[in-house]
Ligand binder design. Sequence first.
Ligand code: NAD
Length: 337
Amino acid sequence: MSEPITTAVVGIGDISAVHLAAIAGNPRVRLVGVCDVDPERAAQASERLGVPGFTDHQSLFDALHPQVVHVTTPHHQHVPVALDAIEAGVHVLTEKPVGHTVAEAEELAERARTASVKVGLVLQNRYNPTSVAVRDALASGVLGPIAGGRASVWWSRPAPYYAAAPWRGRWSEGGGGALINQAIHTLDLLLWFVGDPVTVRGKAANLADDTIEVEDNATIVIDHEGGPRTVFFATNSHHTNAAVELEITGRDGTLTLAAGELRLTDADGTRMLATDAQADGARSYWGLGHALLIDDFYARLDDPEPFWLTPDVGLGALRVLRTTYAQSGLLPDGTPL
Ligand SMILES: NC(=O)c1ccc[n+]([C@@H]2O[C@H](COP(=O)([O-])OP(=O)(O)OC[C@H]3O[C@@H](n4cnc5c(N)ncnc54)[C@H](O)[C@@H]3O)[C@@H](O)[C@H]2O)c1
């Protein structure tokens, strides 16, 4: 068997557990180090996982020369860590969003286009069976010309979620709230399914949570290339994490995603196309795509082509949501889009 691919994880918080589990479950990959700016977190993870721990990523790169790094830090640290990794010749798999502003995300996207290493973006919901089935149905032409659609994310992020990691509630570190942190996955799907945005009219606000700076609620109307129009709604003020809803309608049929089930309705009636298996546990709404995406990233590491989810792919949803913030007067003075 060939030598394992060496990897490291930078940012040992909530989501790192999912990345570490996927790494542990992939026999081709070996974890060689972890990093967190919090010395206690770095030390605990180092002991638990039996690998060296670091409090800055550059020291980790210099000491261990991993082939791959997973970036699971707060949003404002994605681009700085990813750029340093590219400079050090380390492949990058970064969590969404690409960056906390469009300006810095564009910088990473540009650098990634000519990098000698791969830069992948975690948009795991693209691996959902229902997402794949929507793309297949649209490619088959079964809907006819698309008129439009709608998508909504009714989730709950109560005060303890922000108290546990205050960056999530701050513009300077999170770059936003419900849209950039939670609903970005569904916004990305909507653009992937219906097409690139041409015009965006959005309104975001903090309506219910005065413990945070960022928005907890947003509505966006998007005109897509070719003419379809969609309406997007997101809130973090629901009382549960409800299943995402999404609907796309065309001249000949309608696709409806609800409760993790995708149905097609056309002249022949309604039939089920695909179902997403439900993950267990309190974080089940993260979906099951992480392990699929991470395994796919490693499986394609030797491909001559870039990994299909590049920073460029992530710019679409980021531009729509940051434009919504700007249109709502929410971006702090002097903040770039
Ligand atoms: N894809 C998904 O479904 C999903 C779900 C949850 C979180 N996320 C993403 O994962 C990322 C982390 O979110 P989280 O909820 O795990 O955050 P968290 O606050 O729980 O963990 C982040 C960790 O990074 C550390 N950190 C901060 N700056 C660092 C740096 N420069 N170098 C090393 N460590 C650093 C912090 O000390 C903390 O331990 C975010 O980008 C978030 O959007 C994605």
